[in-house]
Structure formats: C-alpha cells, structure tokens
Ligand binder design. Structure first.
Ligand code: F6P
Length: 332
C-alpha cells in the first residue's frame, strides 16, 4: 500500500481532529502518502481530495469540529454516487480509506468495502451509540459539556427553587443523558430505552420536596418522544411537554432548557484525544495488515476490530445500572 485517504462524516464530534492527526502521522510513519477527503462522502463523489502532510495536522489535536468538514450527501447512497466515489478513489491512486464517524458513516463504508475498496472505520459520535465498542470519540467531551451546563443550571435552580427540565442530544439513545445525569446529580433521568411514567416523575419531585429538596433537575434525552405511560403521543420537543405536565401536576415553577448543538463543540477532553489517537493509529495499522470492512473499537480497555456488518446489526444497550443508581442516589 502506498497511499491512503481519510474522511470525517455525519455529525462532527470533538476529537475527530485528533483522529485525523493520528491517521496522517501514522501513515507517515509507515511511509504512506496521506490525502484528506473534504466534506465526507459528498467530497468523495465530487473528487475533493487534499494532500495531508504531518505538518497539515499540526495544532489540531486540541480543536473541536473537523478540519476536513462534514456533510450529508444525497448522492453517495445512490449506485451512481457510489460508482463515482470508487472511480475517484481509484483515479487518485488511493489504496486504503479511513472513515471517521458514526453508524451512517459505517454503512457507507460497508458499501465501499463491498465495491472492493479497503476501508477501516473509527467510531466518532457524541451519541456513543455504536455497538461492539465501549466508546466512541467525542462522547466524553459532550458528557463534560452537559455536566457543566447542569452545574450552572443547578445554581439558578437552587436560588429560585424551581424544577428544570434539561434536554440533551443522543438521537435515539440515552447514553449522554445517563452519564451526564449521574455525574450532574440529576433527580430524574429519562431515556428512550426505558418507558417512564410522568406521574411517577412528579411523585419523585414531590417526595424530594418533602425531604427538603426545593429544586429538581430532570434530564431528558431528545429521543424520549411518546415514551410515557401517562403522556403518549408527545412530539419531538418532549422536554416542553414534560415541563408543562410537571408544572400542572405539581404546581412547581418549571423551566425548560434545550442544550442543542453546544453539546457538539468545544476542545476535546484528554480522554477523547487519547482514544482518537489510539483508534486513528490502529485504523492505519489494520489497513497495512490488509484488513477491510472493519471498525476499530475499544472493548474492556483493549483495541478490537469488528466487521462493520456485525457492529451495524446490533443495537448498543444503555447501562441500566446507571439508570438505577442515579435514581437511588437522587431519591434519598
Ligand atoms: O449524532 C449526533 C447528533 O448530534 C445527535 O445527537 C442529534 O440528534 C443529531 O446529531 C443532530 O443532527 P444535526 O446536527 O444534523 O441537526
């Protein structure tokens, strides 16, 4: 192998730049030429290659976002788009491709692998919802951002003795909500994976009040729409419905905060930089060894390669011990 390419795709995640840096510099170590593909699969279809040298990735390890940009492509999912992507890779003399992103990115990688391209994936999504890896790059930074927000909200919640409903990202999964809820000391955490009863949420707030808790923080994962026994048919902005319901039922003054895209930005934590560096380097080593159609993951603190199809057919479970523990600790 003489030349490899790297791209980032899907929602950006803090630590993607550290992963790109690791890919480019590991490639240099193995005397491989490295190119970057701008704007993910869109750039692959439109031939947006740039040469990357070890110095091109200087000063990026600490930066959030992705220097290669990210985009959603309507063309790549089509057979014509994929044929153009393969043609462009062949014309550019690329013999191996590292893709950095989430499950949508890996589905695209699977198609390229089936078309004969050597592809290895690095899991990077704030949602941490990719199975066959305990960890995805970006998750730790996001959890810390959310905990920081909860800490600030707690100050005003305490001062005004209010209930705060805080909506966090995660698409269809509750990993961010569970980790940040536990670390932020939230009184209630609501995730898509566990059906909840809003009346129970209200009872918990009321019994907390009787224990002397005049404020309460409810962390809601954005995927929690219509997941309640009491209030089915909720639309996507479930945090506002929950806020209304709690206010009406308990009579407590309630505020809703939707954290939104602030959760995707910021300097990556040390954990994200280290994970990105290890997984990015390993991806190049796997390509060197002749692997394709695999993602590199971290399983029980060890790097492990798993075929894309195996990882994609499983749904990553949330740790229900976290759910139980956060409620036990908050209800005393
Ligand atoms: O997958 C990352 C993520 O931030 C999800 O948590 C969220 O649902 C989604 O992306 C938002 O996507 P967009 O930035 O396209 O609105």
């Amino acid at each position: 192998m003489r030349k490899i390419a790297v791209l980032t795709s899907g929602g950006d995640a803090p630590g993607m730049n550290a992963a790109i840096r690791a890919v480019v510099r590991t490639a240099e170590y193995y005397k491989l030429e490295a190119v970057g593909v701008m704007r993910g699969y869109h750039g692959l279809v439109h031939n947006e290659f740039i040469r990357l040298h070890p110095r091109s990735v200087a000063d990026v390890i600490q930066r959030g976002g992705t220097i290669l940009k990210s985009a959603r492509s309507n063309e790549f999912p089509t057979p014509e788009g994929q044929a153009r992507a393969v043609e462009n890779l062949n014309d550019a003399g690329v013999e191996g491709l590292v893709i950095i992103g989430g499950d949508g990115t890996f589905r695209g990688g699977m198609r390229l692998h089936e078309a004969g391209v050597s592809v290895v994936g690095v899991p990077a999504t704030i949602d941490n919802d990719i199975s066959c890896t305990d960890y995805s790059v970006g998750f730790d930074t996001t959890v810390n951002t959310v905990v920081d927000a909860i800490t600030k909200i707690r100050d005003t919640a305490t001062s005004h003795e209010r209930i705060y409903v805080v909506e966090v990202m995660g698409r269809h999964s509750g990993h961010i909500a569970l980790w940040a809820g536990l670390a932020g000391g939230a009184e209630t955490v609501l995730v898509p994976e566990v059906e909840a009863d809003l009346d129970e949420v209200c009872q918990r707030i009321e019994s907390g009040y009787r224990l002397g808790k005049a404020h309460s923080i409810v962390v809601v994962a954005e995927g929690v729409g219509g997941n309640f026994q009491t209030a089915r048919n909720m639309d996507e902005s479930s945090a506002f419905h929950i806020g209304d319901y709690v206010k009406k039922k308990t009579g407590f003054e309630t505020r809703v905060t939707v954290l939104g895209h602030i959760q995707r930005g910021g300097n990556p934590t040390a954990q994200d930089r280290i994970m990105a560096s290890r997984l990015g380097a390993e991806a190049v080593e796997l390509l060197e060894k002749g692997y394709s159609g695999h993602m590199v993951g971290m399983v029980h603190a060890k790097i492990k390669a798993t075929p894309f199809d195996e990882a994609l057919k499983q749904q990553k479970q949330v740790d229900l011990d976290f759910y139980r523990l956060s409620h036990i600790l908050a209800s005393q």
